[in-house]
Design a binder for this molecule. Structure first.
Ligand code: PHE
Length: 448
């Protein structure tokens, strides 16, 4: 059966950008940047995304387009052609990574559901300029076993319903119209934030690089965040690549996707950090930073509750287009591997990650597992750390070696067929064979 293809290059770029742009930009980027000292982190993140990110995105697409399958199929095919079966581990590894990511992504997705409901007036007033009250509200919510679990399950169910119902296309169309609205809304919020008294400190913190703050941990965080925010390292872009037409130019398309994802991250930082300083929040607040800061900004806007409603709704849609792409990788793997139906695959997956995910939900301070730690981290942070800072970089390390040394002729044909040959190809080969592996290893070691 012929594999379905994206209707147009534009549609493909939007779908890939839909997966990339999500909570990674609006939730994760601002708080990770803030805890890593601002300025320098931003520039390191940008540098990594535009080099490592670019090469890896093109490579993942090229592999998927060549094999006409997702990550597991890519390696199976290579094995058939004589490569060592050990490579298949990368494919299975990506499935595990996806599973762990979903386990905490849906927790944060649940926060957006809850904050959207709050913005509609449920559970008491949300808008107040009082930093203390907002922080206490957030802590009380994530520490409440019932509410945090319910919102987690709601978000997980929405994700599954979209994947099973085959309405992914509908969500994509919806996000095509809504994402520009999210951009515009962020611009308005940025202007409001920047005009608050005291915001300049935040702006300087965000944009002025202080080289003395560079540490090994920062480099690993930047690499992990870059991979996370570009949806790299877990087979998603491989799967997407299998649907691209043979004429689509890979490099140009990936520049577009990276531009959109990185710009959203940059704007999210610009939206969150100046108010953090204006209202006297701590930049090291942690994962709750966006959720506790933005209501204070809404409180300073006319019709603030309308802004709050729009913001959390759009964030929810952006989160769903990403979570759907993660679940889709696991579901298509189960369908291909075991011949299960789509709905059986999807519902069994949710049942499984509800167990791991609820663990993450309840691991916040105040929850039933609050205070319990593994390797010094609660479950939520453990999943987040293990995926972004270990599994995704390791997956990409293996992928770069595989692509550079084992599957290079394939990549060369793929990229050469649609994009220009020569200089680009030579640079890519050197990158995959030497630069990326060395870089990833150095960064990971410096993080230890
Ligand atoms: N890139 C998505 C985001 O920023 C998250 C994601 C990670 C999606 C990995 C798919 C794969 O929200």
């Amino acid at each position: 059966m012929a594999r379905s293809q994206w209707g147009s290059r534009f549609g493909f770029i939007l779908a890939a950008a839909g997966s990339a742009v999500g909570l990674g930009a609006v939730w994760k980027f601002p708080y990770v940047t803030a805890t890593n000292g601002g300025g320098v982190f931003l520039f390191i993140y940008l540098a990594i995304s535009l080099t490592l990110g670019l090469v890896l995105m093109v490579t993942e697409w090229a592999l998927g387009r060549a094999a006409q399958s997702g990550p597991v199929g890519v390696f199976k095919r290579a094995t058939k052609n004589g490569a060592s079966p050990a490579w298949a581990l990368i494919g299975y590894g990506t499935i595990l990574t996806c599973f762990l990511i979903l386990s905490f992504y849906c927790v944060v997705g649940g926060w957006t559901v809850a904050y959207f409901l709050k913005s509609l007036g449920a559970g008491g007033p949300l808008l107040t300029p009082d930093a203390e009250v907002l922080k206490a509200q957030f802590d009380a919510f994530v520490g409440n076993p019932l509410w945090s679990s319910l919102s987690f399950v709601t978000f997980a169910a929405l994700t599954t319903w979209i994947v099973v119902g085959g309405v992914s296309k509908g969500i994509e169309t919806l996000s095509k119209y809504l994402m520009p609205v999210l951009f515009l809304l962020m611009l308005v919020l940025i202007v409001r934030g920047l005009t608050l008294p005291g915001a300049t400190d935040g702006l300087l913190y965000y944009l002025r690089p202080d080289l003395s703050k560079i540490t090994g941990k920062m480099l690993v965080d930047a690499m992990g965040l870059s991979l996370f925010s570009l949806s790299l390292g877990m087979g998603i872009m491989v799967t997407y690549g299998s649907y691209i037409t043979s004429e689509t130019k890979l490099v140009r398309s990936s520049l577009w996707v990276i531009f959109l994802a990185v710009t959203t991250c940059f704007l999210a930082g610009l939206m969150v950090l100046p108010p953090v300083f204006a209202f006297g929040f701590s930049p090291t607040t942690g994962p709750g930073l966006t959720m506790v800061t933005m209501p204070a900004v809404f409180a300073h806007l006319p019709a603030g509750s309308m802004f709050a409603m729009a913001f959390f709704f759009l964030l929810l849609v952006a989160a769903l287009t990403s979570s759907v792409s993660i679940l889709e990788v696991i579901v298509s793997f189960l369908i291909d591997e075991f011949g299960w139906s789509r709905s059986k695959s999807a519902w069994l997956t949710v049942a499984a990650f509800c167990v791991t995910g609820l663990g993450a939900c309840l691991s916040q301070d105040g929850g039933w597992l609050g205070g319990a730690t593994v390797f010094g981290k609660n479950l939520f942070n453990l999943y987040d750390y293990t995926t972004s800072n270990l599994l995704m970089p390791l997956g990409e390390l293996a992928l770069a070696i595989f692509a550079g040394w084992v599957a290079w002729p394939l990549i060369e044909t793929q990229v050469g067929a649609s994009d220009s040959r020569s200089v680009l190809m030579r640079a890519m080969r050197v990158f995959l064979r030497f630069v990326l592996p060395v870089l990833i290893v150095i960064v990971m070691i410096s993080g230890l």
